[in-house]
Design a protein around this ligand. Sequence first.
Ligand SMILES: NC(=O)c1ccc[n+]([C@@H]2O[C@H](COP(=O)([O-])OP(=O)(O)OC[C@H]3O[C@@H](n4cnc5c(N)ncnc54)[C@H](OP(=O)(O)O)[C@@H]3O)[C@@H](O)[C@H]2O)c1
Length: 311
Amino acid sequence: MNDTISNETRFLHAIEFGLGAWQWGDRLIWQYGQNYGDEECRAAFEVSLEAGIRFVDTAEVYGNGRSERLLGQFLRETEQPVLVATKYFPFPWRLTKKALKRALKGSLERIGVETVDLYQIHQPFSLLPIDSLMEAMAEAVQEGLTRTVGVSNYNQNQMLRAYSALARKDVPLASNQVSYSLLNRAIEKEGLLARCNELGVRVIAYSPIEKGMLTGKYSVETPPPGIRGQRYSSLLPKIGPLLKLMTEIGQEHGGKSKTQVALNWSICKGTLPIPGAKNARQAEENAGALGWKLTEEEVEKLDEASDAALQ
Ligand SMILES: NC(=O)c1ccc[n+]([C@@H]2O[C@H](COP(=O)([O-])OP(=O)(O)OC[C@H]3O[C@@H](n4cnc5c(N)ncnc54)[C@H](OP(=O)(O)O)[C@@H]3O)[C@@H](O)[C@H]2O)c1
């Protein structure tokens, strides 16, 4: 293993796969309450645990706190140890270091725990400078409110700034959570993935099945509902050849689905994918990305097909 990884954050590098919990309570993008609700979210959590997944990613803003509350409820219903990651949203009115600690305490209360395993800054746009945010994060570690500190959606410069500010306080930067899938490879192309690997910063890949686009269930004729329909209208006509290759490669591995191929590809690239699941069926299928590996040649072919789709 990479010797730039600090002892405090090593556990995160040993996690291969996680579960995203944005879906738990979000009505705007995910239509929570329409075709799924709390029971389906609970089932997604339970099925993931049965499959050996022990890392859940949530945020204070998901469902306005509902995601954290549901996670707390589900954690109390299981005896399994689960690692919890949540996030601080740097709203423009949060102008002091104290605001971060207050928000973290709110998250801990909703989840019903005394500490989380990873506390992340949700996105880099903040009126409080990165250095001050990181000082507040370091204090949260020192006070035992979080085990480690991460960022999300930070570019290389922002991440290096956070990394150095934390280093001055003797706290390692554990992770950068960024969008990464076969249909969004910006972090690979722009060097962020390589830089994270150099620094021992774990890359947590969000939207690893590109919000459902890589499952193959959406097309120009059957676009996704709501905001996603608009967002992906120009991409959907271009992804046919990639989806076809994913089906062929899945067949070579005993009938793995496109979704499972997409998620296995993220693992092969050295990232920790955290697909969101609305129900047991989705969680079970996603967990089927574990326990097997694409060959290097298959990863290369997928990269080529993804490049062609994204041209
Ligand atoms: N840090 C950030 O800024 C940020 C941003 C986004 C997400 N995240 C985190 O990353 C997690 C995952 O990202 P994401 O939710 O954006 O996208 P994703 O994981 O790529 O896609 C999740 C969506 O795909 C569909 N789906 C999932 N599994 C499926 C399956 N097996 N078969 C068919 N459809 C399936 C479901 O929606 P439908 O059934 O409606 O199609 C589900 O809501 C989130 O839960 C959150 O924890 C973080």
